[in-house]
Design a protein around this ligand. Structure first.
Ligand code: ADP
Ligand code: MG
Length: 247
């Protein structure tokens, strides 16, 4: 199957070119993202840092096709996002991208295993083995004995592990995380970052939004956003990050 230029070169999972996103609230337009270009190479680990309101979440939503730009284009796995129908865009999102959020966004009435299998609705034809798949993923993040617990029966770190398992269930090429450690204490956050490093070592492409320097340093590079623009892209030296013992 031909998937277009990005997939053919195999180098870039997602490329945003001159993207802008403006919100209109009242009479003052807010240029949340203003003419930004950014590519994520396959297997890379990128952090996005910036003050509150600098456009970090907006940028992540554009790269993850949760939102479309007003100007510019976003190409994911060779497909230009704005040319896709809503249904195709939802399918692309569901199969190629895994999302992880600060507040975990688990379904409260579903068990850990049920939460993990939920996105498999996008994988038509895969009816058998769903429970086993959830078990494997949860086992891997140390929750093999919590399969039938509901979110309110789990700690914050455990909830985030369920969310990470859910993000991986369809084998996405890209993992996007918005402040994944924002609601966790330092040790738990460090453990979650150790997991991200493992996923990246397996070749997964990761983009992570954070406002914490020591968390950003787990990435290979840090994109600094200010007022909706990229101020600097900083390479991170390959040293053990400071702060955040992992457990
Ligand atoms: P960050 O994640 O860096 O805190 P956001 O991307 O959430 O920043 O927001 C960037 C700017 O866009 C902020 O000024 C914010 O108030 C504005 N904004 C974000 N989402 C909306 C929205 N849905 N409607 C109007 N303004 C928004
Ligand atoms: Mg945000």
């Amino acid at each position: 199957m031909s998937r277009g230029t990005a997939a053919e070169t195999g180098e870039e999972v997602v490329t945003a070119t001159n993207v802008s996103r403006t919100y209109h609230l009242g009479d003052q337009p807010v240029h949340a993202i203003d003419d930004v270009s950014l590519s994520l190479d396959r297997g890379s680990f990128t952090a996005v840092m910036g003050p509150s309101g600098s456009g970090k979440s907006t940028l992540m939503n554009l790269l993850g096709c949760l939102d479309t730009p007003d100007e510019g284009e976003v190409v994911i796995d060779g497909r230009e996002v704005s040319t896709l129908s809503d249904a195709r865009r939802a399918r692309l999102r569901g199969t190629e991208i895994g999302f992880i959020f600060q507040t975990f966004n688990l379904m409260p009435r579903l068990t850990a295993a049920e939460n993990v299998t939920l996105p498999m609705v996008f994988n038509r034809g895969v009816d058998t083995g769903r429970r086993e798949r959830a078990e494997q993923l949860l086992d891997r993040v140390g929750l093999g004995d919590r399969l039938d617990h509901r979110p309110n029966e789990l700690s914050g770190g455990q909830r985030q592990r369920v969310a990470i398992s859910r993000a991986l269930v369809n084998e996405p090429s890209l993992v996007l995380a918005d402040e994944p450690t924002g609601n966790l204490d330092t040790d738990t956050g460090g453990a979650i970052m150790a997991l991200f490093e493992e996923l990246n070592a397996e070749g997964r492409t990761i983009l992570m939004v954070t406002h914490e320097r020591h968390i950003a340093e787990y990435a290979d590079r840090i994109v600094h956003l200010v007022d909706g623009k990229i101020e600097e892209i900083e390479d991170v030296e390959d040293v053990t990050p400071t702060g955040g013992d992992w457990v």
